[in-house]
Design a protein around this ligand. Sequence first.
Ligand code: NAP
Length: 251
Amino acid sequence: MTADNRKVIWITGASMGIGAAIARRAAQEGWAVAVSARSRDKLAALEAEHDAIHAYPLDVLDRGENAAVLDRIEADLGPVDIAVLNAGTHADMPAAEFDAAAAARIFDLNLTGLANGIEPVVQRFLARGRGRLALTASVAGYRGLPRAAAYCASKAGVIAMAESLAAEIGPRGVTVQVICPGFVRTPLTDKNEFPMPFLMEPEDAAERVVKGLQGTSFEIAFPRRFVWQLKLLRLLPAALYFRLIRKATGL
Ligand SMILES: NC(=O)c1ccc[n+]([C@@H]2O[C@H](COP(=O)([O-])OP(=O)(O)OC[C@H]3O[C@@H](n4cnc5c(N)ncnc54)[C@H](OP(=O)(O)O)[C@@H]3O)[C@@H](O)[C@H]2O)c1
C-alpha cells in the first residue's frame, strides 16, 4: 500500500492489449499502478493518461531485471499488494508447419518470463505474509486446441503453476489466482484470421479482472458462456473431444 493507503498493483505486459486495459481500470479504482513491458513509448503514453499510472520498462525475459524493477516500484510507490504477471504471446502454428524455434519463443515468454516475475514477487509476499499474485493463462490451457500446440501447452503450464503455488502458499497469506480469458480484441488477436467466438473488448475483460482481483475465486475466467462450453469439453473422453473440436474448427 502507498502512504495514503492506496493499493499498489504491478502489471506486466501492460503496454497494450489486456494489460493496458487492466492498468486503466485499476487506476479508475484508485489504485497506484505500475506498468511494465518493453515498449517505453507506449508505456509513457499510458502513464500520461492518468496520474496513478507509472511506467517501469522491463523485458520479463531478463531474470534479474524483474527483481530490480520490483525494487524500484516498491521504493517509489510502497509495497506491491497485487502482481498481475500478464506478458504473453501466441503464434498460429498448424501441425504441418510445427516450428520448434517458434514453440520455444512461446514457452520462453509464457512460462519462463512468468517464472522470472514469480520469483521476486513470491519472495517478498512470503516475507510479508501477504500479497496477491495473478498469472495470466487462457481458456486455451483447458484442452489442446488445433493449430495452437505450443500456446495451449504453455497456458496449461501456467494454470498448473498457479495451482501449485496457490495450494502451497495460500495458507501463508499469499493469494494466488489464474486469469483465463476467452478471445479479447487486442493487437495479439487482431492477427487471427479465424472466427473468434464471444470476442470481448479489452475494457470488458479488464472489468472482470479487476473485480476478480478483489474476490476470493482462484480462477478469473470469462466470458462465462465460452468458459463453460470449454470446461464441458474438458470432461469428455479424448475420442469424443477430437470429433467435436475437429468439427468446430472445420478440420
Ligand atoms: N487477447 C486474447 O484473446 C487472449 C486470450 C487469452 C489469454 N490471453 C493472454 O493475455 C495476455 C495478454 O495478451 P494480449 O492479447 O493483451 O497481448 P498483446 O496485445 O500482444 O500484449 C502483450 C503484452 O506483453 C508485452 N510483452 C511481450 N513480450 C514481452 C517481454 N519480453 N517483456 C515484457 N513485456 C512483454 C507486450 O509489450 P511489449 O511488446 O512492449 O514488450 C504487450 O504489452 C497474454 O498472456 C495472452 O496469452 C490473451
